[in-house]
Structures are given as C-alpha cells and as structure tokens.
Design a protein. Structure first.
Length: 352
C-alpha cells in the first residue's frame, strides 16, 4: 500500500533499557538504504517505565496521536516491566498493540549457516496472537478462609483467532515449505484452546478464502510437546501459530536455538499499521555498557520494510546482518564476541 510514496515516516520509540542503545542502530540501517526506499523521516516518541516515573504516564497521548495520524510505521525498543505491581503503571506496548489493532506478532527465527550455500538449521516463523489470552490482564486477588486466592481471565475470541490464523496461512503461502503448525493445549483447556485450534483450522475453508491456501499443509501440536520437538528437531517447523502466551514462550525458546535473543526480530502487524520490535526486552543486566546486540533491532527494521512492501531494502539489510554474523569478526558478547553495539552497527552499515 505504501510502495508509491515519496517519503516514509517512521516513529521511533526507544523506550527503556537497551532500547535506547539499539533503536538508533535500526534507524541508521534504514538511512543506509538510500534510494531503495522512499526518503525516510524519523520522529522520536516517548513511552516506557522511565517516562512513567518522571512524568506519570507510560504512554503519552501525543505518542499515540502522532503514530496514528502521521507515521507510516514505527520501531519500538523495549520497556522495562517491574515484577511487582506499580500503582498507575501498565505496559505501553500492550496498550499500543490494542490501540493500533496490531493483532499479530510475527517472529521469524533463522540461524546463520557457516557458509552461504548451506541451508540454515533453523528457519521458522512464530506467529503469535497479540491482543488477548492472559494479556487481557484481568487478575483478581481474594482473601478466603484458606488464605489468598488469585485468578486470571484468559480470553480467546473467534475474531482474533481467525485473524491470526489468516496471517499464519498468508505467511506460510509465501514460504518454500508452506506448512502451518497450530500450537495449543486443548487437552486441558478444551474451551479456550479448543476455540483457537478449531478457528485456525477452519481458516482455509472459509468461503471468502476458498482455494487460497490449498497448497498449505496443516499440523497441530500440544504446546509442551512442541517445545520438546523444537529443541530436538527444529527443522520440522515452518510457521507456528499460537495464542499470545505460548507464542511468547516459544519464540524465546526458539531464540535460544539460534544463539541469542539479540538476533531475533519481530513485527507487530495489523491491517493498517506495522511496528518493528526486537523480541528481547530491556535487558537491565547489560544496560549502558555498549554491549547490547543491535542485530535484533536492525532485523526488525528490515522485517517492517518487508511488510510495507520494500522487499529489496529489507533484503539488503538482512544479507548484511547475515554476513556480519557469518564472518564473526565483529560480534557482541552474547554471541561470544568482544565487539560493541556501535562496532557491530558500523560493520552492518558498511555491508549495506
Ligand atoms: P524485560 O523485563 O525488559 O524483558 P529481562 O530481564 O527479561 O527484561 P530481556 O531483555 O528479556 O531481559 O533479556 C533476557 C536475557 O537476554 C538477559 O540476560 C539479557 O542480557 C539478554 N539479552 C537480551 N537482549 C539482548 C541483546 N540485544 N544483546 C545481548 N543480550 C541480550
Ligand atoms: Mg524478558
């Protein structure tokens, strides 16, 4: 839809922690593409826990308004999440996914083979539902005769499951293996996960999609056994589609298989907006040391461009990242190197 535009307006929300260190790297990668994409314009936007502690809001109205009214897309870094409940604070990323209707979180996990003629050992995409499941965050605490009792609501709707299912089939259709695995736990949660599984399974049979996904094969798997198989034989997976929480856990697990969370990109995708976001969080343990791996964010920029239709630009970035990892001369400590955030960024920019 954006392919004929004169300029590309990108909202930048570095957020907290290493988000502030890695989002500038993604911006530089986009700038390095030159005329492969419309002239990029960047706008810095505030959000996060840090902003909350200083100004009393984690997601300023202005940030949402500018994203909705001016931006073509956005890049989000990370927000730190306090493990204890802080009065008045709720996660801006969860809110943003809702207000922009970014119903899918798409997380390609691909390993870099030792030489470019070999196939990567892991090449899969986790398609994670992004708006419901336990993330509706309706929790309650009761005090009973037997002590405290806590409950959480888990929401699964037909609408969101159909949406995410269609996204998964669409992505699978564009990949060589064209295979979708539905991840669920309907042996225990027969109502909620049962609805998810049935609805996703039915997507290819919907009248308006008839015939569209005939070449896509479908399998399904219980989430625990999927984690086990993922570690033993990751090559059996192509597109894994899952409710929100399972998708989150699966993609962190898959990230371990390719060497580091610092390599795995994602986009939050809806029908109207795309927001790139590295899969990792704010990484408080390594913040401020210039050692955060910028490659997940750089790849997130590429993935965002891909979703906007700028395939050539996306491929240039992806190839540059792949070469830097393959050569192994300039890598951050999470990948066993002695390099820095800025050093790795420079190496990628040179390749682009
Ligand atoms: P959050 O609550 O923000 O998710 P976290 O403590 O869970 O914070 P993550 O960012 O999820 O931290 O990271 C998990 C682990 O992976 C940490 O040890 C972190 O240092 C490491 N890690 C994450 N991202 C990167 C990166 N880009 N480069 C290097 N290490 C990373
Ligand atoms: Mg985390």
């Amino acid at each position: 839809a954006n392919a004929n535009k004169q300029s590309l307006k990108v909202g930048l929300i570095p957020g907290d922690g290493i988000g502030v260190e890695v989002i500038p790297a993604a911006k530089e990668a986009i700038l390095a593409l030159g005329s492969d994409i419309p002239k990029p314009e960047f706008v810095d936007l505030a959000a996060g826990f840090e902003h909350f502690t200083r100004h009393g809001t984690a997601l300023p109205d202005e940030t949402v308004q500018i994203m909705k009214e001016e931006c073509d897309c956005a890049l989000f870094g990370a927000v730190s999440s306090p493990t204890r409940k802080v009065v008045g604070y709720s996660s801006p990323i969860v809110a943003l996914r809702k207000v922009l209707d970014l119903y899918a979180n798409v997380r390609p996990v691909i390993s870099v083979a030792a030489d470019s003629s070999q196939k990567p050992a892991v090449d899969l995409v986790v398609v994670r539902e992004n708006t419901e499941c336990l993330y509706v965050k309706q929790e309650e605490l009761k005090f009973t005769e037997n002590g405290k009792e806590a409950r959480a609501t888990r929401l699964i709707t037909e609408r969101a499951s159909r949406h995410i299912g269609q996204m998964a089939f669409e992505i699978a259709k564009g990949r060589p293996r064209k295979h979708v695995t539905i991840i669920h736990k309907s042996n225990v949660l027969s109502v909620t996960d049962g609805l998810f599984r049935e609805t996703v399974r039915e997507v290819p049979t919907l009248p308006e999609l008839a015939g569209k996904y005939d070449d896509v094969t479908i399998a399904e798997q219980i989430v625990d056994s999927a984690v086990y198989r993922l570690f033993r034989e990751p090559q059996i997976y192509d597109v894994m589609v899952a409710p929100n929480l399972y998708g989150d856990i699966l993609s962190d697990a898959a990230a371990a298989l390719v060497g580091s969370l610092g390599l795995v990109p994602s986009v939050n995708a809806g029908d109207k907006f795309i927001m790139g976001e590295p899969v990792h969080g704010s990484a408080p343990d390594i913040v401020g040391q210039n050692i955060a791996n910028p490659l997940a964010s750089i790849r997130s920029a590429a993935l965002m461009l891909r979703f906007l239709g700028y395939t050539k630009g996306a491929e240039r970035i992806d190839r540059a990242v792949e070469e830097v990892v393959r050569e192994g001369r300039e890598l951050t400590p999470d990948l066993g190197g002695k390099g820095t955030t800025t050093g790795v960024t420079e190496a990628v920019l040179k390749k682009i």
